[in-house]
Each structure stands twice: as C-alpha cells, then as structure tokens.
Design a protein around this ligand. Sequence first.
Ligand SMILES: [Zn+2]
Length: 115
Amino acid sequence: MGNREIFDQVSDMEKQIGELYEQLGDLKGRLSDLLEENHRLAVENHNLRNHLDHTEAVKDNTAKKGSKKGSHPGEGYDNLARLYEEGFHICNLEFGSPRRNEDCIFCLDFFDKTK
Ligand SMILES: [Zn+2]
C-alpha cells in the first residue's frame, strides 16, 4: 500500500470518527432531554397524586367524620425518593439535574415536608 492510500484511509477514518462523534453528541442530547422529561413527569405525577389523595381525604372526612387516612406518603413519594437516590435533584431549583453525589438541602427539605 502506497503512502497516498494510507493517507486517504486515515482521512476517511478521521471523517467517520467525526461523524460518529457528532451522532454521539446528538444521542447524548436526546438522552438528557428524555431524562428531564421523565423527571418532570414524575414530579407532575407526584403532585397529581397528592392532589388526588387530598381530594379523597376531604371526601372521606365529609362522608365518615373522624376516620383519618394513613400518613404514608404513597407511591409518588417513593418514586421521587428513588430518583433522588439515583442522583438527581427533585427540588424546584435544580429539578432533574444531576446532584454529583452531593446532598441538596432543598431536596432534603422536600422529604421533610412530605414525611
Ligand atoms: Zn435539589
């Protein structure tokens, strides 16, 4: 193989690597969009569940007075707790972004409120 061919092959590879790198960046962007969307939906789901629980609690109380609902925060809470454990913010400030292994007082504040 002559020098010219080697040079052409290297150029081709360089081009392919460049294209792959672009595709990788594109996929990374889409992945982070999906993660954000996923977290946004989880929080929205949590809020809706809370609202539903509240509405049902009010209904229960008016139907049979005195009977109190259990204080377990429910599935939405579990999901958010898991997301937090997985290393993402669930607070309003940084919501959905990675925590980089640091505890966030705003996220922890959310747990306190829910407990
Ligand atoms: Zn946070």
